[in-house]
Design a protein around this ligand. Structure first.
Ligand SMILES: [Zn+2]
Length: 666
C-alpha cells in the first residue's frame, strides 16, 4: 500500500516536472492549465497525507512559503567577474587584435543576448538544485535559494546526463508583460508603479516571504557553466548541454567565425530587441573554445576572453508642447510632458512622464523646450535632458501647479513625499469616478452590466457621487443615458443588486482604502471579522496584525476617521452589502487561542502543517516562523529541528504535541 502511494507520488512529481519544463522552458505546453492544476492538487493532497515522502525539490513546493529574515552571505567558489564593455566596431576590432596576440589558431565567437536582470549563480549536485546565490560584489553574494526555487523555469531536478556537481550562471529577469501587469495592480491600490523590470527583478529576490516571490512572473535565463568534468569544450556546446539538462537557455545565441559576423549579430538585435519578451541592453561575445579561454585568462577585473557590447540607449529629441497634470484615483498628481509626436524604439511617442515637481526642477524643463527623450531600461519614455542651445528667448521657468486642475482646490505635499496630492477627496471628479470604477471592478464587486465609462456618465449626470449611491439607481434613471437601452439598464440594476452577495473581504478591497490591496483586505477581514470592529481599531492595534505596517495602519485609520466615509458605510449596511464575515465562515472560527503565538515544527500525523497553521489562525492564534520570548507554544511533530528544540528549552517555552494542540481547540 505504502509502496503504491510512494510510486504514485513519484509519478505525479515526474509528470509535473515534465509539464513545467514544456511550459516554462520550451514554451510549449502539452496539457491544459486546468489539467495541470488538478494533478498538482492531487500531489499536494497525497503529500499532506504522507509527509514521510517529503522531498525538498517536489514541484508542489514551487508556491513558496519559506520565510527568510536575513539572507546569509555565501562566498562564490569561483569569482563572478564583470565584463569589459565596448561600444563600437573599433572597440571590438581592438579586442580581437589583443586576442590574436595571445592565442594561436582560428578563433570562433559565441554571441549571446545581454539580458538586463539580476545575475545569479546556481549550484547543482546529483541533478538537484542545492544553492542559489546572487552576484553580490563578485566575491560573495546572498543565499536566496528559497526564493529562486519558486521561479518555474529554474529546474529543481535535472534531466539527461548532467555532471555530478557544477555551477551555472544566468540572469533573473522580469518579462515586460508581467512587469506591466504588476504595475497595473499597484496603480489600482494607489501605490507608486515600479520604475523598471530590472530593479523589480532584483528587489523580488530579496523579499522575505518566498510565497510573494512565487506570485511574480520571474524567469531565469542561463548562459555559463562552471566546474570540472563538464563534458563540454566550448561555450556554444555548453549552452546546448544546459538546454538538454532542462535549463532555459534562449535560442538566439549564435556561433560565428569573425568580428564582422559578430557585428552583424549586434546590428540585427539592436534593431529587433523590442520583439523580445524581456529587455536586453546589449550583446555578450565570448571566445568559444574553453581551451583558448584558459590561455587568455583574466585581468584584475574581467576575463580577457569575453566582451559586452552595449547598445546605445535609444534617444531622440523633440519639442515639448505642453506640461499637463493628471489626477489619479487616490488624488496623486502626475505631471505629463505632451510632446511633438516622434518615433522611438519602434513606437510613436507623444507623452512622457515627468514624475513630480522635483524632477521638473532638476531638469529645468519648460514648455517650448527641445528635449531628449529616452527609452532605456524604463518602459515609459522619460525626458533625460533639455537642449538648452535651442531654448526660445522668451522662455519662462515652469511653475508647478498649486491647485488641482480638475477641482481647483489647493494641493498638498506631505513631508518626505515626492508627489503632490489633491485633498478634495469627496469633491474632485477624477477621484470620485476613479473610486467608483475601482469599486465595480472585476476583483472587487465585479458588477456585471456596469463599465468604467458608464460610471463617468452617471457621475457627470449627477446621478451618483459615491459607490453607495449605486444601490438606489433605478431603471428609469439610467435609461436616458447615452447608449442605454431597456435591457442594458435592467442588467445594470440587476448587477448592482447581485453585488450584495459579494463576501466581506472583497467589499473591503472595493472600498478603495489606500494601500489596502486584495491580500491586505483578506488579512484585515479575517482578523477583525466586521467593518465595525475594523473601524474602531486604533493604529497600534492595526500594526499588531500580521503583515500590517505603519503605512497601511495610518491609511485605514484615516479612512474611518472621515465622517463622509462613515455615512457611506452606514448606507452600504442599510442596502445589505456584506460588511462582516458570513455565519458560515465564522462558524469555523473561535477566539480560543487569542493572544497566543505558536511556532510549528516537524512533521505531523493527523493534519498537515498548512492545516495546522490554518487551525491556529482560525481560532484566533498567531503563527510565527521563529522561536522568541514572545512564543507561547511550540507545536512539535516528528523530526522537529534540534536547534529549535534547544532554543525553546532555553527560553522555557512549552513544547506540545499535535494531540495536545488539538485538545486545546476542541
Ligand atoms: Zn482635485
Amino acid at each position: 500500500m505504502s509502496q503504491n502511494i510512494q510510486q504514485q507520488i513519484q509519478q505525479l512529481r515526474d509528470e509535473l516536472r515534465e509539464h513545467n519544463y514544456n511550459y516554462y522552458v520550451l514554451d510549449n505546453p502539452i496539457i491544459s492549465d486546468y489539467d495541470f492544476d488538478m494533478k498538482l492538487k492531487q500531489l499536494q493532497e497525497l503529500e499532506a497525507k504522507h509527509p514521510e515522502f517529503y522531498d525538498a525539490n517536489s514541484p508542489s513546493l514551487r508556491v513558496g512559503g519559506e520565510v527568510t529574515k536575513n539572507f546569509k552571505t555565501v562566498v562564490h567558489e569561483s569569482r563572478m567577474y564583470s565584463l569589459d564593455n565596448s561600444y563600437s566596431k573599433e572597440d571590438l576590432e581592438d579586442w580581437e587584435t589583443r586576442i590574436k596576440k595571445l592565442v594561436d589558431g582560428d578563433v570562433m565567437y559565441t554571441c549571446e543576448l545581454k539580458y538586463d536582470g539580476a545575475s545569479m549563480n546556481l549550484t547543482y549536485e546529483n541533478g538537484t538544485l542545492v544553492k542559489a546565490v546572487t552576484r553580490g560584489d563578485g566575491f560573495q553574494g546572498d543565499n536566496v535559494t528559497a526564493n529562486v526555487k519558486t521561479i518555474k523555469s529554474v529546474p529543481l531536478q535535472l534531466r539527461g546526463d548532467y555532471p555530478d556537481k557544477f555551477e551555472i550562471r544566468g540572469e533573473i529577469v522580469l518579462p515586460i508583460d508581467g512587469f506591466l501587469k504588476m504595475n497595473e495592480a499597484r496603480i489600482e491600490t494607489g501605490e507608486e508603479p515600479y520604475r523598471n523590470p530590472r530593479n523589480t527583478a532584483s528587489g523580488s529576490l530579496k523579499l522575505q516571504d518566498s510565497a510573494e516571490v512565487a506570485k511574480r512572473p520571474l524567469e531565469c535565463l542561463l548562459y555559463s557553466l562552471k566546474g570540472r568534468h563538464l563534458g563540454v569544450d566550448t561555450q556554444f556546446e555548453g549552452l546546448q548541454k544546459a538546454r538538454d539538462w532542462g535549463f532555459k537557455v534562449p535560442s538566439e545565441a549564435r556561433l560565428v567565425k569573425s568580428i564582422d559576423e559578430v557585428l552583424e549579430y549586434i546590428n540585427y538585435w539592436d534593431e529587433h530587441r523590442h520583439e523580445l519578451p524581456y529587455e536586453i541592453d546589449g550583446v555578450v561575445v565570448k571566445v568559444n573554445s574553453f581551451y583558448q579561454q584558459e590561455e587568455l585568462g583574466y585581468t584584475a577585473k574581467a576575463p580577457r576572453w569575453a566582451m559586452a557590447y552595449k547598445f546605445k540607449a535609444e534617444q531622440v529629441s523633440t519639442r515639448l508642447n505642453e506640461i499637463t497634470y493628471q489626477v489619479g484615483r487616490t488624488g496623486a498628481i502626475t505631471p505629463v510632458a505632451n510632446l511633438e509626436p516622434v518615433e522611438l524604439a519602434g513606437t510613436t511617442v507623444k507623452r512622457a512622464s515627468l514624475h513630480n515637481a522635483d524632477q521638473i526642477a532638476k531638469l529645468d524643463v519648460r514648455e517650448g523646450d527641445e528635449v531628449f527623450v529616452e527609452k532605456g531600461g524604463e518602459i515609459i519614455p522619460k525626458i533625460i535632458a533639455v537642449d538648452f542651445t535651442k531654448r526660445p528667448e522668451n522662455s519662462q521657468p515652469t511653475k508647478y501647479i498649486t491647485h488641482c486642475p480638475e477641482c481647483d482646490i489647493a494641493l498638498v505635499r506631505q513631508e518626505g513625499e515626492a508627489q503632490h496630492y489633491c485633498p478634495n477627496y469627496n469633491g474632485c471628479p477624477p477621484q470620485i469616478i476613479g473610486r467608483i470604477q475601482h469599486y465595480i471592478s472585476r476583483k472587487a464587486m465585479d458588477i456585471e452590466g456596469l463599465g468604467g465609462e458608464t460610471v463617468a456618465l452617471l457621475v457627470n449626470a449627477g446621478l451618483i457621487s459615491n459607490y453607495s449611491d449605486l444601490y438606489e439607481l433605478t431603471v428609469g434613471e439610467v435609461l436616458p443615458l447615452e447608449r442605454m437601452a431597456q435591457k442594458s439598464a435592467e442588467n445594470l440594476v440587476n448587477g448592482i443588486e447581485a453585488s450584495k452577495q459579494i463576501p466581506f473581504e472583497r467589499v473591503l478591497y472595493a472600498l478603495g482604502i489606500r494601500y489596502v490591496g486584495e491580500t491586505v483586505a483578506k488579512k484585515l477581514a479575517k482578523h477583525y471579522k466586521s467593518i465595525d470592529a475594523l473601524s474602531n481599531a486604533s493604529q497600534d492595534d492595526l500594526v499588531n496584525v500580521d503583515e500590517i505596517g505603519e503605512k497601511i495602519a495610518e491609511s485605514v485609520v484615516d479612512f474611518f476617521n472621515s465622517e463622509q466615509n462613515q455615512l457611506i458605510i452606514e448606507r452600504l449596511k442599510r442596502f445589505g452589502v456584506q460588511l462582516e464575515l458570513s455565519a458560515e465562515t465564522l462558524a469555523n472560527q473561535t477566539n480560543k487561542l487569542e493572544g497566543e503565538t505558536f511556532v510549528v515544527s516537524g512533521v505531523f500525523e493527523t493534519v498537515s502543517r498548512t492545516e495546522l497553521k490554518k487551525l491556529i489562525e482560525d481560532n484566533g492564534g498567531k503563527v510565527s516562523s521563529s522561536i522568541s520570548s514572545k512564543t507561547s507554544f511550540v507545536v512539535a511533530g516528528d523530526k522537529m529541528g534540534p536547534s529549535k528544540r534547544t532554543k525553546a528549552e532555553k527560553l522555557e517555552i512549552p513544547i506540545i504535541t499535535e494531540d495536545e494542540f488539538l485538545q486545546k481547540i476542541k
